[in-house]
Design a protein around this ligand. Structure first.
Ligand code: FAD
Ligand code: NAP
Length: 532
């Protein structure tokens, strides 16, 4: 660990974002300190160790592109990397670039206060340690602040409690147990088949059925992998410049321009290929309700094909929001799991969860004795980890107050009144709608280039201008309003957290266009920023 308490930059978080930020800022010659609440690096891939945890962006694109040597020496083994493999990868990156000595583990930032000079931050950890930094880089994650529902009586439950996002490091053996899983988002959908194959009985408590597509995960064919790796720079460039950052842009037909038969063929091909490509096999899934309806109906038919009991299938059919407006899930044998004799699906819409008892869970319809309860109930997304820190900017303004009606950030990167503070994949940037490693690298590069430009100019502080911020926030909202996203009670809309403002949090205008906007801002001398 480094000594000293005053740094050019402090980076909070040591997941994909924090690791790369440490690397880039150190390359600039800055004194830099990382703070990480966990006892090791990895972020998402450190915390979410539940059975079945896996990436749903293909491993050849869900990895750093900043080092050609790193790219060529790391061999991904599967189409979609497992949590364990991604964690090993991040540990390798940290070792390879000697970043570990820069990080203070088991250290949570509690408070950040701007000094009167307006150009340095005073930082206090939960242990009471004090540090100062000119630049404060929030790499605290979009999906890192877990959320547990308040269930009356839970403290009386005598069995074991688990949370997907805080999974124990040693394997959990559910053999012979009666297990409950609450939640059927991406995390629930990944762990349910794995727990079902082990437990004596699994009861799934579902509030909202989800759309899910088969992953068709498989070992990576070494020849196919080599073909991509031979052309990695081009492959990466194509993804960075594309709208989705998941696949190359290609001209796509609008769903309703196709005949019913052509649509069916297209949807079926995407379903067979597997993964979130299904969302992007026609041009208008998230903007046209009639188009969306055709794809949603197609997926409902697939669920009915897989699930043998028609009554169970009916309960699994998502009907009250457009496909893709809650994060599309990617699964391995999720729907087929409901054909197992040891699995029960409880529909909390018709029989709500009432309380926990010492021996299990009770709904308005029945009691369910269980030995273990697994919470797969999600996160306070995008703003949760930031607002968990008491951040006070110019004139003592609290970020939490500034954002009481929804986050306000210029480009999702910086907030007016909070100079020298940057957010990586903050609200108002493509972030969670993208391949996040691509968005992370783009933000870190933007920040590092800005810091380098400031040094050249002899500047001490940089701050988003209020007018530029308001224009960007309005643009983010306008872009969302042209889509179907606001129609769902999703975490994208803050709807999963009681009292959270209902605002569409990420920027839906496309990863490539967003990158161009950031490049134009930089080329114009950091337009919209006050550089002092
Ligand atoms: P994180 O990995 O969340 O790291 C943030 C770190 O900051 C954490 O380690 C946390 O402990 C630390 N931290 C937070 N607050 C503080 C504080 N106050 N003080 C100190 N430390 C703090 N994205 C994709 O693109 N594709 C996927 O397939 C995909 N799968 C996912 C699967 C799961 C289970 C989850 C939860 C998310 C997934 N994501 C996926 C999103 C994923 O979060 C990002 O891809 C990426 O890992 C985020 O990296 P990060 O460094 O920005 O944040
Ligand atoms: P999530 O999508 O928010 O799902 C949480 C689930 O818990 C939902 O089904 C929700 O129901 C349910 N729930 C919440 N509170 C409840 C309550 N009080 N009673 C009953 N049910 C309740 O969270 P997540 O599954 O952890 O996923 C979050 C995000 O992380 C994903 O969208 C994705 O971006 C990322 N992720 C990706 C992968 C991957 O495949 N690569 C895996 C895991 C996570 P409602 O829908 O009714 O609110």
């Amino acid at each position: 660990m480094q000594s000293g308490t005053d740094f050019d930059a402090v980076v909070v978080g040591a997941g994909f974002a924090g690791i790369y930020a440490l690397y880039r800022l150190r390359e600039l010659g800055l004194s830099v300190q990382g703070l990480e609440a966990a006892e090791d690096v990895g972020g998402t891939w450190y915390w979410n160790r539940y059975p079945g945890a896996r990436c749903d962006v293909e491993s050849l694109s869900y990895s750093y592109s900043f080092s050609r040597e790193l790219e060529s020496e790391w061999l991904w083994t599967e189409r979609y990397a497992s949590q364990a493999e991604i964690l090993r990868y991040l540990q390798h990156v940290v070792a390879r670039f000697q970043l570990r000595p820069l990080i203070r583990f088991d250290t949570r930032l509690a408070e950040a206060t701007l000094e009167a000079s307006g150009a340095r931050w005073q930082l206090r950890t939960t242990a009471g340690d004090l540090l100062t930094a000119r630049f404060l880089v929030m790499a605290t994650g979009c999906l890192s602040e877990p959320r547990l529902p308040a269930i009356p009586g839970l403290e009386e439950f005598r069995g074991k409690l688990y949370q997907t996002s805080r999974w124990p490091h040693e394997p959990v053996d559910f053999t012979g147990q009666r297990v409950a899983v609450i939640g059927t988002g991406s995390s629930g959908i990944q762990c349910i088949p794995r727990i079902a194959s082990q437990a004596q009985h699994l009861t799934v408590f579902q509030r909202t059925p989800n759309f899910s597509v088969p992953a068709h995960n498989a070992p990576l064919d070494p020849l196919a992998r080599q073909a991509v790796m031979d052309s990695y720079p081009q492959f990466r460039r194509t993804l960075r410049e594309s709208a989705t950052s998941l696949m190359a842009d290609e001209p796509l037909p609008a769903a309703m321009e196709l005949s019913a038969q052509e649509r069916e063929q297209r949807y079926r091909a995407a379903w067979e290929e597997g993964g979130i490509r299904l969302l992007f096999c026609v041009s208008d899934t998230v903007v046209s309700k009639p188009a969306n309806d055709t794809l949603a109906a197609f997926v409902r038919e697939r669920i009915k094909d897989i699930v043998k009991d028609p009554a169970v299938a009916e309960r699994l059919l998502p009907r009250d929001y457009p496909l893709g407006t809650k994060r599309l899930c990617v699964d391995t044998d999720y729907f087929a799991t409901y054909n197992r004799p040891n699995v029960t699906l409880v529909d909390l819409r018709s029989t709500p969860l009432v309380r926990a008892t010492p021996h299990g869970l009770s709904t308005s319809g029945a009691d369910f004795p269980v030995d273990s309860i697994v919470f797969a109930t999600g996160f306070d997304a995008m703003t949760g980890a930031l607002l968990a820190i008491d951040i006070r900017g110019r004139g003592g303004r609290r970020l939490a107050d500034e954002w009481s009606e929804g986050p306000r950030a210029y480009l999702g990167l910086a907030a007016a009144g909070f100079p020298n503070l940057f957010m990586i994949t903050g609200p108002g940037s493509p972030s969670v709608l993208s391949n996040m490693v691509i968005s992370i690298e783009q933000h870190v590069d933007f920040i590092a280039d800005l810091v380098a430009a400031m040094r050249t100019r002899g500047a001490q502080s940089v701050e988003a201008q209020a007018a530029a911020q308001e224009a960007w926030v309005a643009h983010v909202a306008e872009a969302a309003s042209q889509t179907l996203f606001p129609q769902a009670n999703s975490w994208y809309m803050g709807a999963n957290i009681p009292g959270k403002p209902r605002v569409f949090l990420p920027y839906v205008g496309g990863v490539g266009p967003y990158r161009q906007k950031c490049q134009a801002v930089a080329a114009a001398g950091y337009e919209g920023f006050e550089v002092r």
